[in-house]
Design a protein around this ligand. Structure first.
Ligand code: ACM
Length: 269
């Protein structure tokens, strides 16, 4: 069994050093896991008051105190972390998530579907929808508002993901908490949504992080406001069994030739 967890907490807006100090106190709780998921934009906070603040709290993956910090934690506890990351690449910013392990930085996903004011600071992702393998578990990554786009979750499942790590700063109460277990059910994958709590500016983050199984059951759920660690176990055999009945295989029964509207860019009838 592959052990997963997510830390629901509140990063400190504009102060990565304070966030790392907070994480140093919280992360030892997660020592028995294989994989820990942290919220969106964990190194910077979310509701930037200016473009300068967004820029100043960003880092490139090749030169990041935050990634070095996560690597040290992973080395110490022998686990992997997926964390939201305000990524600087050239003169652009991406709302990314990085995968880090005891051996250091392993890869990233850049959020494809930007929400509201994020469009003032970030570019839509250019890193596609990668799937990574850790200790026999294949995982894909989604960031917060990506929950609204079932296409991306399906692509990750088709690429073999057993688990989709959903690093989040959710602000629309209850919507992703309803949608993501359905993504888990209709793709037969595990999902883990690491949401945050607290407030920034006008925004209140909605907590209620959760783990769902390939049947769409919620295995664990956090409170709406507390800083909490949720843990669960992944049975990759269950995620890889796409046989719904003896006559229905989830993937083999698809009809891609009739889904061509999904790759067209002009819509509306
Ligand atoms: C969101 O995508 N952070 C709401």
């Amino acid at each position: 069994m592959f052990k997963i967890g997510c830390l629901q907490f509140s990063p400190v807006l504009g102060d990565p050093a304070a966030t790392m100090q907070k994480l140093s106190a919280l992360l030892p709780q997660a020592a028995a896991l294989d994989l820990l998921v942290l919220p969106e934009l964990c190194n910077s906070g979310y509701d930037f008051t200016s473009a300068e603040q967004a820029w100043e709290t960003s880092e490139s993956v090749g030169d990041s105190q935050f990634i070095d910090f996560l690597s040290e934690i992973c080395q110490k506890h022998k686990y992997h972390i997926v964390s939201g990351f305000n990524e600087r690449s050239g003169d652009q910013l991406f709302n990314s998530a990085v995968l880090v392990g005891p051996e250091g930085y392993l890869g990233k996903y850049q959020k494809l579907h930007l929400f509201y004011n994020e469009k003032d600071f970030f570019q839509p992702g250019q890193a596609g929808l990668p799937v990574f393998e850790i200790n026999g578990c294949k995982l894909g990554i989604q960031v917060c508002f990506d929950w609204m786009y079932p296409e991306a979750w399906r692509v990750l499942a088709l690429k073999g993901a057993d688990l989709i790590c959903h690093t989040s700063n959710l602000v629309l109460p209850g919507l992703a908490q309803r949608a993501v277990p359905i993504h888990a059910m209709i793709n037969r994958v595990y999902t883990i949504t690491a949401n945050r709590v607290g407030t920034e500016g006008e925004l209140t983050f909605t907590g209620r992080s959760f783990i769902a199984d390939p049947l769409g059951n919620i295995l664990e759920e956090a409170s709406a406001t507390g800083e909490e660690l949720l843990t669960g176990e992944i049975d990759v055999g269950l995620a890889r069994n796409k046989q719904l009945t003896v006559k229905n295989d989830l993937f083999l029964d698809r009809r891609p030739a009739d889904y061509t509207a999904l790759i067209e860019t002009n819509h509306g009838g």
